[in-house]
Design a protein around this ligand. Structure first.
Ligand code: NFS
Length: 652
């Protein structure tokens, strides 16, 4: 064992240290022992047929390196990238489909366990979908909404419904380059077909397909998940919460909900206060039932109910090592299979709940929205039954950080103008006068191959110091939460002078938690609202905004990055490039995409460089919009609204 820092999260590091003395291996140890295959990591390994796998290495000119069939390095790298984006888009979209089925079941009265929690949001969605709302029973509207959104999956021609939420100029670009997604399933199926042996060999064409399928993810899959979750469980509003391993309680039954789809977790939130279950817990010697979250499920239940979070992706093994978790309930995505084996060392029960995602060594409790409450009760009982089996062994680390979460587009609009005058005007104005330099979406996974959570934290600190408003989702949020960064006090102590003023005036943290990874769709609609508010760019492209996923590991992150790039946002990923073997593919994703869409994908392992690139993109966009040059502490006070003619002149 070496003495390298494995996690920038001090509490996590303590648990990792503890594991060393107890002969337990975690992803941190395995990541150091097993280096990535350099050929596959750079996109140069083709394994789409059984003449290979072919390793496209050893030639000086990239077009000279070919597989047995003649596929060149750019073809192979682009094809590999497309496959990753398809997989990421499929994950979000299949999650969205389940949410739409749950809404349909509620509308049809097939389940009494859920109800429409936010009728205003349902009406807003119905209006976008041009569904009649007036004088109709809520379940009729909900049924039409669910049916219309489900149509987005199977549609063969035309375009997905929510594209109309994007600015016209952004849509014009999609039309020009032929990347308007028709139906989610069609795009996923077609893209996979293109990657089959002997089909699409043009790297540019393959990469346009990646953008098309990614747009289906962002403007359908992810956006549908967000909207339906808001309709069923409530649109988030700011609330206080806590983050860290210290959320676990020594004297209570501890359950952790981990994964992505929020419906079962919502039901567990509901039943943990059930008097019968509480009595049952007491009968087993526990003084209560304590619920915590992990990864994106944590974000979902934190955003809506303030359920405390134990952290993001790389904390999942460590939470078991505390020895305090009686059950960890998982559904789909980002669940490490190592959990089952690790749990054998402790008393923890790993409970899988989705028929799509089973795990050897785990217990399975089949979830189905028609019997949600019953399943939730059954799971909580299993956790209670396991409480007496708790051993004394465990790392018992107890860090706890306060936070404020729960920022939806609706709330951000409201906080800027109240219910009657909700708008993005103040934010646009603050950007125009240079009080806020720009906006960065800091998102994506945390990763054991770097000091995990450290890149997120470094960038969050530096960005807010440079007057950049940070919006955060997914495990990036956990990295900030477990550092105590998501509080209004953080702005007072660390934000640049302009951002500090804005945060003080509204009473918000300088890092706004927008939710889970599917909630990146909130950033798309926020950018669209900023474009239509006026004074900045008329389209998403050209806004002083950047996306950063410094520690990404999941294919979902590539799908997200690609839909932001296609929508007009420069996105910087950390780590080595998964297409790094091909200069041509790299050129298409950077130079060509930027010309066409004003968005692009960059891969840069050095966090200092990521920071300077992000600030350069922001300043470049400010210059393009002829906004006041950013200077710390020096900002105009007048509201200077550009007229249409001036704006036309500045947009290109
Ligand atoms: Ni996003 Fe959510 Fe986290 Fe990465 Fe996984 S939990 S969908 S993929 S690891 S941010």
């Amino acid at each position: 064992m070496d003495n390298v820092v494995r996690s920038a999260n001090e509490a996590a590091e303590k648990i990792i240290e503890w594991s060393k003395g107890h002969d337990i291996q975690t992803c941190f140890d395995k990541a150091r022992k097993m280096k990535p295959c350099p050929i596959g990591a750079a996109g140069a390994c083709c394994r789409v047929c059984h003449m290979g796998p072919c390793r496209l290495i050893g030639s000086r000119a990239e077009e000279e390196a070919t597989g047995v069939c003649g596929a060149t390095l750019p073809t192979v790298a682009a094809r590999n990238f497309l496959r990753m984006v398809v997989s990421g888009a499929a994950a979000h979209s299949d999650h969205a489909r389940d949410m739409a089925f749950t809404l349909m079941a509620v509308a049809n009265g097939e389940t009494r366990d859920f109800r429409i929690a936010d009728e205003a949001k349902l009406h807003m969605v119905a209006e976008i979908l041009e569904i009649e709302v007036k004088d109709r029973p809520v379940n009729h509207v909900a049924r039409d909404v669910a049916a219309t959104l489900l149509d987005d999956f199977g549609r063969q021609k035309g375009q997905i419904n929510y594209l109309k939420r994007a600015p016209q100029k952004t849509r014009d670009r999609w039309k020009k380059w032929g990347i308007i997604p028709r139906g989610v399933d069609r795009e996923i199926c077609e893209a996979i077909h293109r990657t089959n042996m002997g089909v699409d060999h043009d790297p540019d064409n393959l990469l346009l397909s990646a953008l098309r399928v990614a747009l289906a993810d962002g403007w359908a899959g992810s956006m549908i998940s967000t909207d339906i979750s808001d309709v069923l469980f409530g649109t988030p509003r700011p609330l206080r919460g806590k983050a860290g391993f210290g959320i676990l309680k020594e004297d209570e039954v501890n359950l952790v909900v981990h994964g992505h789809e929020p419906s079962l977790a919502e039901m567990i939130v509901d039943v943990v206060d059930d008097p019968e279950l509480l009595e049952y817990a007491r009968s087993k010697g526990a003084s209560g039932i304590n619920l915590g979250g992990m990864c994106c499920t944590a974000n979902e239940v934190l955003m809506r109910h303030g359920i405390p979070t134990a952290g993001g992706f790389t904390n999942q093994e460590l939470v078991i090592l505390t020895g305090l978790v009686d059950a960890i309930i998982v559904d789909v995505q980002c669940i490490m299979p190592a959990l089952a084996e690790l749990s054998n060392r402790f008393h923890t029960k790993v409970i899988t709940t989705s028929s799509k995602a089973k795990m050897p060594g785990a217990v399975h409790a089949a979830y189905d929205e028609h019997r949600a409450r019953e399943t939730a009760m059954e799971i909580v009982r299993m956790a209670i039954d396991n409480f007496p089996n708790r051993k004394q062994e465990g790392s018992h680390v107890s860090d706890l950080n306060p936070l404020v979460a729960g920022f939806s587009q609706e709330y951000i609009e409201y906080m800027q103008g109240g219910r009657m005058r909700a708008s993005f005007r103040p934010l646009n104005d603050a950007i125009m006068v240079g009080r806020i330099r720009g906006v960065v979406g800091l998102a994506g996974c945390d990763n054991p191959r770097v000091p995990s959570q450290g890149l997120h934290r470094f960038l969050a600190r530096e960005l807010i110091m440079s007057d950049v408003l940070v919006v955060s989702t997914g495990c990036g949020s956990h990295a900030c939460q477990t550092a105590g960064y998501m509080t209004p006090e953080m702005a007072l102590e660390n934000a640049g002078p302009g951002l500090k003023e804005v945060c003080e005036a509204i009473g918000i943290p300088p890092i706004l938690h927008l939710g889970s990874c599917v909630d990146n769709s909130r950033i798309l609609t926020i950018l669209s609202a900023m474009a239509s508010e006026g004074g900045l760019s008329e389209e998403i492209g050209g806004m002083p905004g950047v996306g950063i996923a410094p520690e990404w590991m999941s294919e979902k992150a590539l799908a997200i990055g690609s839909y932001f790039a296609a929508s007009g946002v420069p996105v910087i990923f950390g780590g080595e490039s998964p297409v790094g073997a091909s200069k041509e593919v790299t050129r298409i994703m950077t130079v060509i995409w930027f010309e066409r869409f004003k968005g692009a994908l960059y891969f840069e392992p050095d966090p200092e460089k990521i920071l300077s690139m992000a600030l350069e993109f922001i300043d470049y966009a400010r210059e393009g919009l002829k906004l006041k040059k950013y200077e710390p502490g020096k900002f105009g006070v007048e509201r200077v609204l550009m007229d249409m003619a001036a704006r036309r002149e500045t947009t290109f």
